[in-house]
Write a protein that binds this ligand. Structure first.
Ligand code: IMP
Length: 184
């Protein structure tokens, strides 16, 4: 079975591919533009994008995610992409100067459009924000996110290890399990 991922982010594709391979599902990039509504919840944003694409495509997958920092009451959350482009890693670290609590989590909402139905799968990776960027693998906030139970950032651990524990990996794992159940 083959799915089509409405993203231009090769890092996201690579993580999804590693997880879905266990279910004998292949995934490749679909060069379609996804609609991005403004909402406070990544689940709502992800579903709205999938519903829109569902009218024209089958087996399409969209993902929306965000980084939620506890000391900033969940900011930047659904605005993560904008904040990454504007404040950058250094700007986020500055906002956390002097904060005792550096805990944060990533949330991924993956929506699949299959035979006119939209199914959404959510994955959360808990962790904390590093004092300074570390590592060069991955993308986005990877150099400043240390997953729970580890000392390395996502950018230091690399894609193979990250793909076992990331928010995206968990959401795609749930998607794979759902498809495996439907296929039985
Ligand atoms: P998007 O809108 O779903 O593409 O994701 C929002 C932003 O969150 C991205 O532009 C990244 O900066 C950040 N982000 C999402 N997932 C990850 C991840 O796995 N690692 C690092 N940053 C991420």
């Amino acid at each position: 079975m083959r799915l089509y991922f409405a993203t231009s982010n090769r890092h996201k594709l690579e993580e999804a591919r590693r997880v879905l391979a266990q279910f004998s599902i292949d995934i490749e990039i679909a060069p379609v533009k996804k609609l991005e509504i403004q909402a406070d919840d990544v689940v709502e944003i992800s579903r709205a994008a999938a519903e829109r694409l569902c009218a024209a495509y089958n087996y399409i997958v969209v993902e929306d995610d965000g980084l939620y920092i506890e000391a900033l009451r969940g900011f930047p959350g659904p605005y993560s992409e904008y904040v990454y482009r504007t404040l950058g890693l250094s700007g986020v670290l500055k906002l956390l100067e002097g904060a005792g609590d550096r805990s944060a989590y990533f949330k991924s909402a993956v929506s699949l459009c299959i035979d006119g139905l939209v199914k959404t799968f959510v994955g959360i990776a808990k962790g904390r924000i590093a004092e300074a960027p570390r590592g060069s693998a991955g993308f986005g906030f990877d150099p400043i996110f240390i997953p729970e139970g580890f000392d390395e950032t996502f950018a230091e651990m690399g894609v193979e290890a990250k793909s076992k524990i990331s928010h995206r990996a968990k959401a795609f794992q749930a998607l794979g399990e759902w498809i495996a159940g439907v296929r039985k």
